[in-house]
Design a protein. Structure first.
Length: 254
């Protein structure tokens, strides 16, 4: 087995909006950093940022200033706790979702200048299959795809994986089913998706786990804190810790 060099770079995408990408990405980032990993969480929703909202951050600089003014990306990083950094995006800036080729190259160079300092780089992307979503997914090595038992979220997640596989030759999909009633439901929903992916795209995804629909998550979002911090022993908190273990073990090939 080849040794991993450099950080694990993972996107969090879903197709459909509102399924829990930001919530899951933020809490996985918190979980990994508590394990002593150096973590960078990038808000890849360049036009409608919300990592800062979920974490209750007071953001001064964003990725936009790097792209538009050439500001050093290192000045934009916000340190949340030792070894855990967030790279915030701008909100209400629709043009940021359509980066020109020069801007893309600039951003890529800037990102590559900072990612080497981390064990994990997580990218919370926008919804849909727009340009920025595909761009970030093309950049990362693994794709964490989040969906819920809602059939429209499943078809949208499938559509996203289809584009990534057929157009970008991406196959490394790590699936999370969010907002389930029970673990059993989560496994059944994953099995359905697994079957469809095998049949139509000839790919085999990995199941990271399921997260129950839990009011602890809703309460945490209202208080702008990660649920892993406010209610770590809630059902969602325990599920998230198991997912974090699957993620790190899966990526290390054990
Ligand atoms: N496991 C869960 N249990 C209860 N509510 C959840 C859960 N996951 C997400 N939510 C709710 O869904 C909303 C959207 O989540 P968010 O992470 O912002 O989605 P996305 O980033 O995919 O648009 C949150 O505000 C939260 O209220
Ligand atoms: Mg989001």
């Amino acid at each position: 087995m080849a040794l991993q060099s450099g950080p694990h770079i993972i996107s969090f995408s879903s197709g459909k909006g509102g399924v829990g990408k930001t919530t899951v990405a933020v809490n996985i980032a918190v979980c990994l950093s508590r394990e002593g990993k150096r973590v960078l969480l990038i808000d890849g929703d360049l036009g409608l940022a919300n990592v800062d909202v979920v974490l209750g951050l007071d953001v001064r600089h964003t990725i936009r200033e790097t792209v538009e003014d050439g500001r050093d990306l290192r000045d934009t990083l916000v340190e949340i706790s030792p070894g855990f950094f967030v790279l915030p995006a701008s909100s209400g800036v629709p043009e940021m979702t359509r980066l020109s080729r020069e801007d893309q190259e600039l951003l890529l160079k800037a990102l590559e200048g900072v990612t080497g300092n981390f064990d994990y780089v997580l990218v919370d992307t926008a919804a849909g299959i727009g340009e920025s979503v595909l761009w970030f997914n093309n950049w990362v090595n693994s794709h964490c795809i989040i969906f819920s038992p809602d059939p429209t979220s499943m078809t949208d997640a499938y559509a996203l994986m289809k584009v990534l596989t057929t157009r970008y030759d991406k196959k490394n999909f790590l699936l999370i089913v969010n907002q389930v009633q029970s673990g059993k439901e989560g496994k059944a929903i994953f099995s359905n998706m697994e079957r469809v992916l095998a049949q139509f795209l000839d790919i085999k995804p990995e199941f990271l786990g399921a997260i129950p629909r839990d009011n602890a998550v809703v309460r945490a979002i209202r208080s702008q804190k990660p649920f892993l911090q406010t209610e770590p022993d809630s059902r969602a908190g325990r599920a998230l810790k198991r997912i974090c273990i699957s993620l790190t073990e899966g990526l290390n090939g054990s």
